[in-house]
Write a protein that binds this ligand. Structure first.
Ligand code: ADP
Length: 652
């Protein structure tokens, strides 16, 4: 049959246009796409040969061959797979049938209509666009293919400009040979990337197609120094050039091997090379599932948190493979965000190569895999906490924050993350051993009469231990959790309670201690408040908007004042965590508590006798308030005014 020219389907044309003109930077993925097509073609032949052995003839060694040729500016990729006949070349290559590619086109259209917030470049990166990616690097593409079991071959050719031609061709043996006539930018010494460079190709195969199950081979020219009869090298003789066929891919991914046969060093090696870490992982999890969904997962917990773990430029996610062919880096949809520190990969035959990120999100299989993985990581952490405490504490020091953010996040996500994580949380405490404690351990140490779990916030151990509010609890021998990180209290708030015990900040609301002494102290404070109603009211008036209330304290022992937050609404620490935000969402309702037993209280009463407008009374009120702020680690709004008042007082 003579040469015929066909027009591409409209959508194909559009896609091709995009390939040719796109400024997409990651053009090298064309190789992955073509190799994976070749591998699929061999898969299909292999499958058919199971019932029709004759298809193989005497060529039963499956392989994919790369042939770079710098002279003719071509890169040839051939396979001895199933091949295509004339009709198939027209049908398969000329039209976009694959759902992934179709979805890509639809998305692209949508993005364009929505004023193109997403660039083409980003879009293509998210999709595998199969054969058409060849046009990202080629000015012309020639396919010569011969279908297994047929005698004739056909040649397909296109410059990607809207039409392609088909004619008869000669080809020895079955399979497909694709010749890429490379664009000038992609071959030769001056090229941005030279796809006729054997070493570049070798690297790309290693990077993207290492685990393809058929050998990807290439000729390498090696130069050798000739040797004399005794085998000694002859350095002056002209070097001998020899061609050597090398297989570029390892073909067997570690994770497909039996767990029992894999040494930890092998896992470590793979982890370091895949995830570019100098250190070995803290924990390795290798699991396999069969049944409703089939996959192998290899997950790692690194030994150290990356510096940007919580920055927006950190990209969490796992690598995805489908039948050992790499599809995607950083797939975010598999693990919940609080597991953003987990590295690893999932290899599943249920995933399609051309799957897009958007489709992934809806993929039921993927959701199922995700749920399993989350469970397995949680299980591993629980086991680690139980059986290797030291290792767990190391983990906690690096990644504990992620779990705490997870607990906090569950307030908004509606998921039961807080529940899943509550037993994995560790806290510093006022306990004698100064060891980190789980909530369970704290609860076991609680006295029977203690109805709440107490916690205190501060920047470190010393600043919490110096808080006036701590004195009372220390005296009563009540253990207090120490929260040093801003997110801690948010997490505690999200939890609300632990096994029926509510959390109580020592700097918020009423402590509701119910021992006899505490009840008496409370009564005493109430009596003092009653008999000093006017004083309290006037202090409040002097302080104005700075405080929402002034109270006679029952929680202070030796200190004169403290600042607490109302039981409802944010705490002071929460307020401070948001202090830098442009519009502070969190404002604590500040309550100034005054110790009726302190001598300063008597002094206040004295000064108050001269009336609330007395300058000294006003100064004292202000100084007391500022002191309370400083104790909490909050800078006064007017440091100079504060210093002046102190100086005035000292000079008296
Ligand atoms: P996809 O691989 O996602 O189906 P492509 O555009 O890459 O999309 O390829 C379209 C079709 O062309 C394939 O589905 C396959 O039928 C055929 N094809 C591509 N490459 C080869 C090959 N090397 N051997 C045989 N058939 C091929």
């Amino acid at each position: 049959m003579a040469k015929e020219v066909y027009q591409f389907q409209a959508e194909t044309k559009q896609l091709l246009d995009l390939m040719v003109h796109s400024i997409y930077t990651n053009r090298e993925i064309f190789l992955r796409e073509l190799i994976s097509n070749a591998s699929d073609a061999i898969d299909r032949l292999h499958f058919e040969s199971l019932t029709n052995r004759e298809l193989l003839g005497d060529d039963d060694k499956y392989e994919i061959f790369l042939l770079p040729d710098p002279e003719s500016h071509t890169l040839t990729i051939s396979d001895n797979g199933i091949g295509m006949n004339r009709e198939e070349l027209i049908d398969n290559i000329g039209t976009i049938a694959k759902s992934g590619t179709k979805a890509f086109m639809t998305k692209l259209k949508e993005a364009k209509e929505a004023s193109a917030a997403v660039s083409d470049k980003e879009m293509i990166g998210q999709f595998g666009v199969g054969f058409y990616s060849a046009f990202m690097v080629s000015e012309r593409v020639t396919i010569i293919s011969r279908k297994a079991g047929e005698d004739s071959a056909s040649k397909w050719e296109s410059t990607g400009d809207g039409s392609f031609s088909i004619e008869e061709a000669e080809k020895e043996g079955r399979g497909t040979t694709i010749v890429l006539h490379l664009l000038p930018e992609f071959c030769g010494d001056k090229a941005e990337e030279d796809f006729t460079d054997s070493y570049l190709l070798q690297r790309l195969v290693k990077k993207y197609s290492d685990y393809v199950r058929y050998p990807v081979k290439m000729n390498f020219t090696v130069e050798e120094t000739p040797k004399d009869a005794e085998g000694k090298p002859l350095p002056d003789a002209e070097k001998i050039k020899r061609t050597e066929v090398r297989t570029l891919n390892s073909m067997q991914p570690l994770w497909t091997r039996n767990k029992q046969d894999i040494k930890q060093e092998e896992y470590d090696e793979l982890y370091r090379s895949l995830f570019h870490d100098w250190e070995s992982p803290l924990e390795t999890m290798h699991s396999k599932a069969e049944g409703t969904v089939e996959y192998t997962a290899l997950l790692f917990i690194p030994s150290h948190a990356p510096f940007n773990l919580f920055h927006t430029d950190y990209e969490p996610g796992l690598q995805l493979y489908s039948r050992h062919v790499f599809i995607m880096n950083k797939c975010k949809d598999l693990l919940p965000d609080y597991m953003r520190f987990v590295q690893g990969l999932v290899d599943s035959p249920d995933l399609s190569l051309n799957i897009s990120r958007e489709l992934l999100q809806q993929d039921r299989q993927l959701k199922l895999i995700g749920k399993n993985l989350e469970k397995s990581v949680l299980g591993t952490l629980e086991k680690m906490l139980k059986n290797s405490r030291e290792k767990y504490e190391k983990f906690w020091a690096e990644f504990g924050k992620a779990l705490k953010i997870g607990v906090y996040g569950s307030m908004y996500s509606g998921e039961n993350t807080a529940d899943k994580l509550k037993n994995l949380l560790l806290f510093d405490t006022s306990g004698e051993s100064a060891a980190l404690s789980t909530l369970q351990e704290y609860k076991l140490r609680m006295a029977e009469s203690q109805s709440k779990i107490f916690y205190a916030t501060g920047k470190d151990r010393a600043s919490i231990e110096n808080l006036p509010q701590m004195e009372l609890l220390r005296d009563k021998g009540i253990e207090v959790l120490y929260l040093f990180d801003a997110v801690d209290e948010f997490a505690i708030e999200a939890l609300g309670e632990y096994e029926g015990k509510r959390f109580q900040s020592i700097s918020r609301g009423d402590l509701e201690l119910d021992d006899v002494e505490a009840k008496e102290d409370k009564k005493k404070a109430e009596t003092v408040a009653k008999s000093n109603e006017e004083l309290i009211r006037d202090i409040k008036e002097v302080l104005g908007a700075k405080v929402s209330d002034v109270q006679v304290s029952s929680r202070l022992k030796s200190s004169a004042v403290c600042l607490v937050a109302a039981a409802e609404g944010p705490s002071l620490a929460m307020e401070q965590a948001f202090a830098d935000a442009p519009s502070p969402m969190f404002k604590a309702r500040r309550i100034l508590e005054i110790n009726p037993g302190h001598e300063l209280f008597a002094r206040l009463q004295e000064l108050h006798e001269a009336g609330k407008d007395n300058e000294s009374f006003k100064d004292y009120c202000d100084l007391l308030y500022t002191q309370a702020l400083l104790i909490e680690g909050i800078l006064p709004e007017d440091p100079v005014g504060f210093a002046n008042k102190v100086a005035k007082l000292m000079a008296k």
